[in-house]
Write a protein that binds this ligand. Structure first.
Ligand SMILES: Cc1cc2nc3c(=O)[nH]c(=O)nc-3n(C[C@H](O)[C@H](O)[C@H](O)COP(=O)(O)OP(=O)(O)OC[C@H]3O[C@@H](n4cnc5c(N)ncnc54)[C@H](O)[C@@H]3O)c2cc1C
Length: 430
């Protein structure tokens, strides 16, 4: 019987290496983020760190070997994300930074050889960056069937018009994959297609990075910014279409399904870091004659946080395991559960850690206030939690059908049936 909670010892060695590497080489750099020029940060600092990851065969763990990844599968990847998620720039160092990671999966699935040459391989080498643009300001991002941006064929070119927003890294990207309506009259899930627009294409204006709770001060061109873009008669070659005309929804699922669980797993690593801060503070500070850790309400925060994280880990690893068994489509309810639950866990654990730090937690002298603001995005990105709950409920309801009359568990009805069925036993009893 195969039922095992242990990690393969060989892979555990890799996880141990990654844990040390993140703790000793990446996290110490965090306080200096933004102090280096782009050139120095990329070439002098990140490049040698990336090489160390490659030397350990841990580069681009989300990709298959033929794409330059490791082909480990989702479960080992989830275990790795539980480690790398502790540091916000570890994903870049480990070669699986969103949105590039998902775009690579999309191009690998739907791209032609020429498209892979032009965008996928340079993107995987880290020579160029990419973005993925679905969301628009005027219609619900949770329901992309409402997308309004259009792409119309004119000879050998697509002519694109519309507006997108909250597009991560677009102000830094060399190419952006746009989801556009290519046939408004087609069945609803065949209306859209994915089309690449390269930086500098006339008519495309990446005009601002939107200030957010995470980055409230407006700035333009920072990695991790979320841009607003207008497309005004943008012309790109017909060959910039990825996959089939009308294949946008199918391709978006290829990209978003695995991406969701990758994010959700990293949120747990972040929650774990907040948990460490919570426990350290609880041991270190005193009130009313004893350390906080001896106050029962603080113990409850600690216990609840540990239970939350462990429950979330089990949900997540189960979802990753199922993805390896039946693919991400077959595991979509499990992915949805992990996404919904982990978003709450991150928020709750950071909140408790912040509370226990008092005014220090509220101040910018601790990373908790930033983590708290950033955690607020988790329930609404990658599909709003409400919509994932619909997926979970639908999947559950498939196992049930309506009954006529009383519910199956109605006691008098069951008793009547039992009296008939077990009459002989009752007779023997009398
Ligand atoms: C930090 C960040 C980065 C992002 N990066 C990208 C990116 O790179 N590319 C991109 O295309 N988009 C990106 N987005 C956009 C993101 O995908 C959308 O915000 C998300 O899909 C929700 O869409 P919306 O903002 O239009 O909200 P809406 O669709 O208007 O939803 C708002 C709320 O309405 C409620 N709601 C909606 N539908 C239902 C329902 N069926 N049942 C119950 N309640 C419902 C929920 O409470 C939901 O949170 C990013 C967003 C953020 C915050």
């Amino acid at each position: 019987m195969a039922w095992d909670f242990q990690t393969d010892p060989e892979f555990q060695k890799k996880l141990d290496w990654a844990k040390e590497f993140v703790a000793n080489e990446l996290i110490p750099l965090e306080p200096l983020l933004g102090e280096f020029s782009d050139e120095v940060w990329q070439k002098e600092i990140l490049a040698p760190l990336k090489q160390k990851v490659k030397d350990q065969d841990l580069w681009a763990c989300h990709l298959e070997k033929e794409l330059g990844g490791q082909g480990y599968g989702q479960l080992p990847l989830a275990l790795m994300n539980l480690v790398t998620g502790r540091c916000p720039f570890a994903q870049e160092v480990f070669g699986n930074m969103a949105p590039d990671s998902g775009n690579a999966e999309l191009l690998a699935e739907g791209g032609t050889e020429a498209q892979k040459e032009k965008w996928l391989w340079p993107n995987l080498r880290g020579d160029i960056r990419s973005s993925f643009a679905i969301t628009e300001p005027w219609v619900a991002g949770t329901d992309p069937t409402q997308i309004q941006t259009t792409a119309v064929l004119d000879g050998d070119e697509w002519v694109i018009n519309g507006r997108k927003w909250m597009i991560t890294n677009a102000s830094r990207s060399d190419f952006i994959i746009f989801m556009c309506v290519t046939d408004a009259d087609a069945p609803v899930h065949q209306r859209c297609s994915m089309i690449v627009v390269e930086k500098g294409t006339p008519g495309m204006d990446v005009f601002r990075d939107i200030p957010t709770m995470h980055h409230p001060v407006e700035s333009f061109g920072e990695l991790g910014g979320h841009a607003e873009i207008t497309l005004d008669n943008v012309r790109v070659p017909r060959d910039n279409l990825i996959g089939e005309v009308g294949g946008g929804f199918i391709l978006s699922q290829v990209r978003l399904g695995p991406g969701r669980i990758h994010h959700a797993t990293r949120w747990l690593a972040e929650a774990e870091r907040a948990f460490d801060m919570l426990c350290e503070r609880a041991q270190s500070r005193f009130s009313f004659g004893k350390p906080y850790s001896k106050h029962q309400m603080i113990q409850e925060y600690i216990a609840d946080s540990r239970i939350d994280i462990e429950t979330a880990k089990l949900l997540t690893l189960n979802a990753a395991w199922k993805m390896d068994q039946v693919g991400h489509h077959g595991a979509r309810a499990e992915i949805a559960m992990a996404k919904v639950y982990n978003a709450k866990v991150l928020y709750n654990v950071v909140d408790r850690a912040l509370q226990v730090h008092g005014s220090l937690g509220y101040s910018c002298d601790m990373p908790l206030e930033l983590m708290y603001r950033s955690a607020r995005m988790a329930p609404l990105v990658d599909g709003a939690n409400e919509v994932h709950k619909v997926t979970i409920a639908k999947s559950e309801l498939k196992r049930y059908t309506a009954v006529e009359g009383w519910p199956s568990e109605h006691v008098p009805t069951r008793k009547e049936a039992a009296l008939k069925r077990f009459e002989h036993l009752l007779e023997a009893n009398s």
